[in-house]
Design a protein around this ligand. Structure first.
Ligand code: NAD
Ligand code: ZN
Length: 348
């Protein structure tokens, strides 16, 4: 079968012929419905150096944001209907530790002993005609469209997890939240905030079209550049944003985030752009402002995200590409030309 393969660090991926996988015990074979192209893949093939994370060493099939139809059940798997549509929870932990048994494979206590970091992250992913996943990683979609649903597995789950953890900071009325970066994750982040909170949503991106789209979703926007922090503070009545979600995470945006946050607020860094240290100083940091990073989410939260999708509260903005055009999708992502999410659709 055809697949998009990560072949080496600092190397653009290749479209190659690979063996169709066979489900082992406890696994299922999926016919891939959709596979989202996430900016983390760009980090993996363009920015990561050898030795940074051996669990993601090439070669493997990319694609950690997947949906599909059940094609075949591996030994010992029961209770799934052949042909039914499912979303794939991408993190794969040991399945036995405290973190895994509460559905949080991202923080598996035995992660160091796993041969890979996740599906499409060391283990073969969904940028292919077929995909094998553990049955416990499946979240049913019912009759919801599985292709537009693919981004839920990361572009919705990751902001949802970050937002849920920050919700206590948005209690009490008169609150505001700043969203930095309105790509695949950030645009869905705005939708989740709109559905879950009454906070004023302030959004920013380098792309004007992305800001116009965020305004349609109910955000007020502030362009980047000089005076940005002052404008953000003004939009919050001078006190700063109670929550900042940074979906870029480069040095400049982390700085903007820390300058824009309110006293006792929370900055959640989701973008993995900053691989160098951030300088922190006591007197210029608002008192009790928290700075955290977050990683993906739990399988329980993925069920919640599916409910929001079915309720029309999350509507991923999707551009579909065939598997033959998958490399064009990645190139467009590298070039900053994707609005919302590019989803690879292997079976037209
Ligand atoms: P994307 O390419 O779809 O979107 C990025 C957006 O940020 C674009 O709209 C771009 O114009 C904007 N942008 C870039 N630099 C900016 C700047 N300096 N100021 C303002 N806006 C800027 O990317 P994505 O797939 O949404 O991923 C976003 C980030 O989140 C990436 O770093 C990705 O690796 C990371 N990520 C993290 C997790 C996690 O678990 N922590 C999960 C998925 C993705
Ligand atoms: Zn575990």
């Amino acid at each position: 079968m055809k697949a998009v393969v990560h072949t080496g660090y600092h190397t653009f991926p290749s479209l190659k012929e690979v063996d169709k996988p066979t489900p082992g015990p406890g696994e299922v074979l999926l016919k891939v419905a959709g596979a989202g192209a996430c900016h983390s893949d760009v980090a993996i093939f363009h920015e990561f150096d050898e030795g940074l994370n051996p669990q993601m060493d090439p070669e493997f099939v990319l694609g950690h944001e997947n949906s599909g139809w059940i094609e075949e059940l591996g030994p010992g798997v029961e209770g799934f209907e052949i042909g039914s549509a499912h979303l794939v929870y991408g993190p794969v932990g040991c399945g036995r530790c405290r973190a895994c048994t509460r559905g949080q494979d991202t923080y598996c206590e035995n992660a160091a002993e796993m041969p890979y970091a996740g599906i499409g992250l060391g283990r073969d992913g969904g940028m292919a005609e077929y995909l094998v996943v553990p049955a416990r990683n499946l979240v049913p979609l019912g009759d919801a469209d599985p292709i537009d649903a693919a981004p839920l597995a990361d572009a919705a789950l990751t902001p949802y997890h970050a937002i849920k953890l920050a919700l206590p900071k948005l209690n009490g009325g008169g609150k505001s939240v700043l969203v930095i970066g309105l790509g695949g994750l950030g645009m869905i982040g705005v939708q989740i905030l709109k559905a879950l909170t009454g906070a004023t949503i302030i959004a920013t991106d380098m792309k004007e079209e992305a800001m116009a789209e965020a305004e349609k979703l109910g955000a007020v926007t502030v362009p980047g550049g000089e005076g940005q922090v002052e404008r953000i503070r003004e939009a919050t009545g001078g006190k700063g944003a109670d929550v900042v979600l940074d979906f870029v995470g480069v040095g400049a945006t982390v700085k903007t985030a820390m300058q824009s946050v309110a006293r006792q607020g929370r900055v959640s860094i989701v973008g993995i752009g900053n691989l160098s240290p951030y300088e922190w100083a006591f007197l210029t940091t608002p008192y009790e402002a928290e700075l955290v990073n977050t990683y993906w989410g739990t399988v329980e939260e993925l069920h919640e995200v599916v409910d929001m999708y079915k309720a029309g509260q999350i509507v991923p903005q999707v551009t579909r590409y065939s598997l033959d055009d998958a490399l064009e999708a990645y190139q467009a992502l590298v070039d900053g030309k994707i609005a919302g999410r590019a989803v690879i659709v292997p079976h037209q």
